[in-house]
Write a protein that binds this ligand. Structure first.
Ligand code: ADP
Ligand code: MG
Length: 226
């Protein structure tokens, strides 16, 4: 009956997830090991350090994504959206500096509060940032990322823009599907996870993109009534 099917589905899903999880972690681990050996051999530690750090970050993202995917419930706190913007900005500016990307932001203050699970929202931002950074691969002109926090009628909007290659309609139409990716090393988990987290916050998620110009991903969180 339905119950058994559901258990079967969950087991199947978990088996698939753990296989993918192992597969995905092996990739950055191999790179880290390779670069550590290389730096030992050439003594050029500074040269390889950024790659090693960014691969370790990738492992964090993968790990966090799987944890959220499988277990963690939301742990909400009523907080000012500015507080979230502050921690997002410090995260973004550090990452952009390491990746030689020009970063700028504009945040509007609001007296209202939103119900926020800070760790999950940071995870959303990390996923969006990773996508923006990955989209820059091979880009020769200056790479730019812009973060905006703006007050709207009944809530607060957080948006991240990049001047990467953007997406054509074909890709845009498929974005909602879990496991959809255009990358050889991609998992297609990032955006569907972001959507899930925003939906849990009773918010909305929106992607707009123009080919050869860039992408803006934004999410809206409703204010809690005073
Ligand atoms: P993954 O990053 O593992 O491919 P995601 O769910 O994070 O999975 O993203 C799905 C797809 O959406 C990507 O493969 C890419 O084609 C597209 N995409 C997402 N963000 C951007 C972006 N900022 N610029 C261009 N394409 C993007
Ligand atoms: Mg991604």
């Amino acid at each position: 009956d339905g119950k058994i099917n559901l258990v079967g589905y969950r087991t199947q899903m978990m088996t698939r997830l753990s296989a993918e999880f192992a597969h995905e972690l092996r990739n950055p681990l191999t790179i880290i090991k390779g670069f550590l050996q290389l730096s030992e051999y050439t003594k050029e530690y500074e040269k390889y350090q950024p790659v090693i750090l960014s691969e370790i970050d990738r492992m964090y993202t993968i790990l966090e994504n799987y944890l959220t995917m499988s277990f963690r419930k939301c742990n909400y706190k009523e907080m000012n959206p500015d507080a979230l913007c502050k921690s997002i900005i410090s995260l973004l500016s550090a990452e952009c500096m390491v990746n030689k990307v020009n970063f700028d932001y504009d945040v509007t203050y609001s007296e209202n509060y939103c119900k926020i699970d800070v760790n999950k929202m940071k995870q959303v931002m990390i996923n969006l940032l990773r996508n923006a950074l990955e989209s820059f691969e091979g880009q020769v002109f200056e790479k730019k990322i812009f973060f905006r926090g703006s007050v709207e009628d009944k809530g607060y909007r957080f948006s991240l823009s990049d001047n990467g290659p953007g997406m054509d309609t074909d890709v845009l139409n498929n974005l909602g599907q879990p496991l959809f990716t255009t990358k050889s090393k991609g998992t297609g988990i990032g955006l569907s996870l972001c959507k899930k987290i925003i939906a849990e916050h009773r918010g909305t998620f929106c992607v707009s993109s123009i080919p050869h110009q860039g992408t803006t991903v934004s999410f809206f969180l409703p204010f809690v009534s005073p």
